[in-house]
Design a binder for this molecule. Structure first.
Ligand SMILES: [Zn+2]
Length: 110
């Protein structure tokens, strides 16, 4: 089994060969390029980490929702301070995750 990547939209597919148009952008089969073994290994080795980074991004946005509700309730100053801190940290985590994902993509680890 080989790993192919659409040169138009970057959609990837495992196959022996590509006989159909790209599922994402409709490009002809000739738009698909087979990844080298080294390139494919990078993609496979980074798959779990990329999934975890995306989960972390989702959780950071859930943390923002929680923090904003806590700030809105404004039970007491200590509570508001904690929720404000959590909101700031959640956005920092999101930005860190985005930077790491971009680094993975730039290194072919996506
Ligand atoms: Zn495509």
């Amino acid at each position: 089994m080989n790993l192919f990547k659409c040169s138009v939209c970057n959609y990837m597919e495992e196959a022996e060969s590509i006989e159909h148009n790209c599922l994402k952008c409709g490009a002809a089969p000739s738009a698909f390029k087979m990844l080298s073994e080294e390139e494919a290994t990078k993609v496979y080795d980074s798959e779990r980490s990329n999934d975890l980074l995306m989960q972390l991004d989702t959780l950071s946005m859930e943390m923002v929702d929680i923090a904003l509700e806590g700030i809105d309730i404004n039970l007491d100053p200590a509570c508001e301070k904690l929720f404000t801190y959590a909101n700031e940290k959640a956005w920092e985590i999101k930005q860190l995750v985005k930077a790491e994902i971009e680094n993975h993509i730039n290194k072919g680890k996506w």
